[in-house]
Design a protein around this ligand. Structure first.
Ligand code: NAD
Length: 493
C-alpha cells in the first residue's frame, strides 16, 4: 500500500536576507499553526520594519552593483532553469510544507500547483533572453530605439491560499526581467517560500537578488510598501489591504503597484449543458482548495429548465466530496487555513440562512477538531443577499436561477468584482456573446481554473489591476527607455 505522506521536517524558519538565513533583529518569532489541529507547527522569525530595511538594502546593492541585472538574459535563464530542476527534485517535500501550513489538499499541491510553479519558472527562463525594445521610425533625421530595463527592487507580497503558485507568479517574471526582490509571504504560510530561497541559492541566484522576509502584514508588509528604495510592489490579497498598499505607495516614492485582489466569480450554466458534467464542474469551481481560491466560482447561475435537476444533483454529488486529513491523497477538502477564516466562513453560512437562502447541503463544522467546514450549497439565492455579494473564501456555493441570456449577463456583472467567469453551453453564439459581455479578466468556456503560463491573469473592477502570468506580467517588471541620436554623419543624407 502506498505510504500516506506526512509532515516533513521543517528546516527553514529564519528570514532569508542577502543569501543567508538570519534571525529577526528583534529576535521575535511568530507561530505558524497546523489547521488540522490548531497546534503550533513551527516558530518563524518575525520580520519587521528594520528587517525589511536590511533586506531592501541587500536587494538595492544587488541591483546597483551585483551581477544579476547585468548578466545576459540567457545566463539568468540558465539559473532559473536550474532552480526549476531543483524544485522538481524537491517537489514532494515542498508540497508537504504547503499542505501542512495551509491545509491544502496534497493531490492539488503535488500534482497541479508545484508542477505549475516549475512551468512558470521555465516559461520565464525562456523569456529572459527575449526582452528587447523597438527600433523607432522617427519623423525627423533622428535615430531612435527603446530599451527595456528592469524596474529595480521589487516588493512581492503574497497571500496564504496558494503560497507556492503566487510566489512564482511574481518571482518568475521579476527574475527574468533582471529585478532584485524582497518577498513578504503571508504569515499563515511562509514555509515553502523559505525553501525556495534556499534552492535559489543552490541554483546560483546571486546573494541579495531574492530575499524572503516572513512577518505580519501590518508591520513587514506595510514597511515594504512604504519603503523609499522599493521601485514597485506586486500584491495579491484582499481589497482592504490593496487599498493600504496603494496609499503607502502614493505617500512614499510613488512606486507603481499591481494588485491581484478578490473575486466573486459567476459560473453560468445554460439549459443545453450536460447537467452531470455541469454539476461536477460547479463542484470543483466552488470547493476546490476548500473554496480558498480568489477565482472560485461561488455564484452559480443555472438556467430555469435544468435548475431543479441541477440543485438536486448538486446536493447529492457533494456527498462524495471527501473531507479529511489534507495529507491523504484521496482527500478533496482539508481544513480552512486558520480559526479566523473558519469562523468567518461559518458566520457567512449563518447569514445565508438568516437572509432566507435555502440550505441544501452542508452548513456546519465538519468533525470536532481543527478548522473543517462542510461543503455547503445554498439554493434560491437572490442577488441582494450577502452570500451572493461578498467573497466568502470558503466552501460555500450559491445557486441562482435565470431565464434569459440578457438577464444573466446583467446579474453576472452586478458585482464590484471582475476576476473570472465560467460559461457552460454548447452554443457558440451564446458563448461568444456572454464572454464578450461579462466584465472579468478571464473567461472559461466549458472549463474552470484553466490557468496557463502564457495566459495573462488579473482582474477588472475592484479585483485589481495589472497581470500575473503571460508576457503581460513581464512588462510590469520592465521600464521602457527611449534613446535618440541625430543621424548627422549618414552618407545617405
Ligand atoms: P490579505 O490582504 O489579508 O493579506 C495578503 C498579504 O498582504 C499577506 O501577506 C499579508 O501579510 C499582507 N498584508 C496585510 N496587511 C498589509 C499591509 N498593511 N501592508 C502590506 N501588506 C499587508 O489577504 P489574505 O487574507 O491573505 O488573502 C485572501 C484574499 O486574497 C482574498 O480576498 C482573495 O480573493 C485574495 N486573493 C487574490 C488572488 C488573485 O490573484 N486575485 C489570489 C489569491 C488570493
Amino acid at each position: 500500500m502506498e505510504k500516506k505522506p506526512s509532515l516533513p521536517e521543517i528546516k527553514f524558519t529564519k528570514l532569508f536576507i542577502n543569501g543567508e538565513f538570519v534571525d529577526a533583529v528583534s529576535g521575535r518569532t511568530f507561530d505558524t499553526v497546523d489547521p488540522r489541529t490548531g497546534e503550533v507547527l513551527a516558530r518563524m522569525a518575525e520580520g519587521e520594519e528594520e528587517d525589511v530595511d536590511i533586506a531592501v538594502k541587500a536587494a538595492r546593492e544587488a541591483f546597483e552593483r551585483g551581477p544579476w541585472p547585468r548578466m545576459s538574459g540567457s545566463d539568468r535563464g540558465k539559473i532559473m532553469r536550474k532552480l526549476a530542476d531543483l524544485i522538481e527534485e524537491h517537489a514532494e517535500e515542498i508540497s508537504l510544507l504547503d499542505v501542512a501550513d495551509g491545509g491544502k489538499p496534497y493531490s492539488l499541491v503535488r500534482h497541479a500547483e508545484i508542477p505549475m510553479c516549475v512551468d512558470h519558472l521555465r516559461y520565464f527562463a525562456g523569456a529572459a533572453d527575449k526582452i528587447h525594445g523597438e527600433t523607432l521610425k522617427m519623423s525627423r533625421e533622428l535615430m531612435g530605439y527603446t530599451l527595456k530595463e528592469p524596474i529595480g527592487v521589487v516588493g512581492l507580497i503574497t497571500p496564504w491560499n496558494s503560497p507556492s503558485l503566487i510566489f512564482f507568479f511574481k518571482v518568475s517574471p521579476a527574475m527574468a526581467a533582471g529585478c532584485t526582490m524582497v518577498v513578504k509571504p503571508a504569515e499563515q504560510s511562509p514555509m515553502s517560500s523559505l525553501f525556495y530561497a534556499h534552492l535559489a541559492k543552490q541554483a546560483g541566484v546571486p546573494d541579495g537578488v531574492l530575499n524572503v522576509v516572513p512577518g505580519y502584514g501590518a508591520k513587514a508588509g506595510a514597511a515594504l510598501c512604504s519603503h523609499m528604495s522599493v521601485d514597485k510592489i506586486s500584491f495579491t490579497g484582499s481589497i482592504e489591504v490593496g487599498r493600504l498598499v496603494m496609499e503607502a505607495a502614493a505617500k512614499s516614492n510613488l512606486k507603481p503597484v499591481s494588485l491581484e485582489l478578490g473575486g466573486k466569480s459567476p459560473l453560468i450554466i445554460f439549459d443545453d449543458a450536460d447537467v452531470d458534467v455541469a454539476v461536477d464542474l460547479a463542484r470543483t469551481a466552488a470547493f476546490n482548495n476548500k473554496g480558498e481560491v480568489c477565482v472560485a466560482g461561488s455564484r452559480v447561475y443555472v438556467q430555469e429548465k435544468i435548475y431543479d435537476e441541477f440543485v438536486k444533483k448538486s446536493a447529492e454529488k457533494v456527498k462524495s466530496w471527501k473531507i479529511g486529513d489534507p495529507f491523504d491523497p484521496e482527500v478533496d477538502q482539508g481544513p480552512q487555513v486558520d480559526r479566523r477564516q473558519f469562523e468567518r466562513v461559518l458566520s457567512y453560512i449563518d447569514i445565508g440562512k438568516r437572509e432566507g437562502a435555502v440550505l441544501v447541503a452542508g452548513g456546519r463544522q465538519w468533525g470536532d477538531k481543527g478548522f473543517y467546514v462542510e461543503p455547503t450549497i445554498f439554493a434560491d439565492v437572490k442577488e441582494d443577499m450577502t452570500i451572493a455579494k461578498e467573497e466568502i473564501f470558503g466552501p460555500v456555493m450559491s445557486l441562482m436561477k435565470f431565464k434569459t441570456i440578457e438577464e444573466v449577463i446583467e446579474k453576472a456583472n452586478q458585482t464590484r468584482y471582475g476576476l473570472a467567469a465560467g460559461i457552460m453551453t454548447n452554443d457558440l453564439n451564446i458563448a461568444n456573446r456572454v464572454s464578450r459581455s461579462v466584465r472579468a479578466g478571464i473567461i472559461w468556456i466549458n472549463c474552470f481554473f484553466a490557468f496557463d503560463c502564457d495566459c495573462p491573469f488579473g482582474g477588472f473592477k475592484m479585483s485589481g489591476f495589472g497581470k500575473d502570468l503571460g508576457l503581460a506580467s513581464l512588462e510590469q517588471y520592465l521600464l521602457t527607455k527611449s534613446v535618440i541620436t541625430p543621424i548627422y554623419h549618414s552618407p545617405w543624407l
